[in-house]
Design a protein around this ligand. Sequence first.
Ligand code: C5P
Length: 235
Amino acid sequence: MVHGLGHNARMTTNAPVLTIDGPSGSGKGTISRRVAQRLGWHYLDSGALYRAVGVAAGWADLDLDDHGALVRCTFDTRIGFRDDAAGELRVLVNDVDATDELRTETAGAAASAIAAIPEIRAALKDRQRAFRQPPGLVADGRDMGTVIFPDAPFKVFMTASADERAQRRYKQLNDKGVSVTLDGLLREILARDARDAQRAVAPLRPADDAVHIDTTGLSIEDVVEQVLALVPREG
Ligand code: C5P
């Protein structure tokens, strides 16, 4: 399935939405994708939009303090999603496959800085809402349940201890042959959490009606089942 994110947001629908918000490393990316597959629903990786703008800004050599240029870059950047033959989600930035670059710590840090700019959050709102299509949407991010889809019928706030999140990330990067220290990762995670939670616009916080799931010590399958149990299904 190809999701082109052009400037003309498609009409939004009343299709059901399951929002999964939480800090990085809580497991929400993996869980959201699996839950979407099991439900046969669409999937929105909202962090990828902020990362894509960060990568595009890097390609254009923009200064992260130049908010005007970053806002223009947001409007000018084409962001597309498609599944490859192996069923992995690929992200296209201005028609270039930037999936691997998007996952780097540099892109994450740029995304987090960019995500604190209110005009950029506003510019990406309709692009995110356009993903709400039948039969349903699983939306993964920081403000899915609070700002983008406040009327979503199903909301989860997913956490895990900072130590466990650092360890998961360490393992992921080690498996990819990237050399990092656990201590350094823990520091980065805590700094990013603080920035995401303290920013003035759309800070990371649970929606009042979100179900909290702490994934520390739980397997992916356990969490997937807990989330699926929240969504009533026919048959
Ligand atoms: O989820 P991911 O780690 O890809 O997100 C990258 C950054 O984008 C986060 O640290 C956060 O600052 C920002 N973000 C956001 N709102 C979202 C999703 C991500 O502010 N809905």
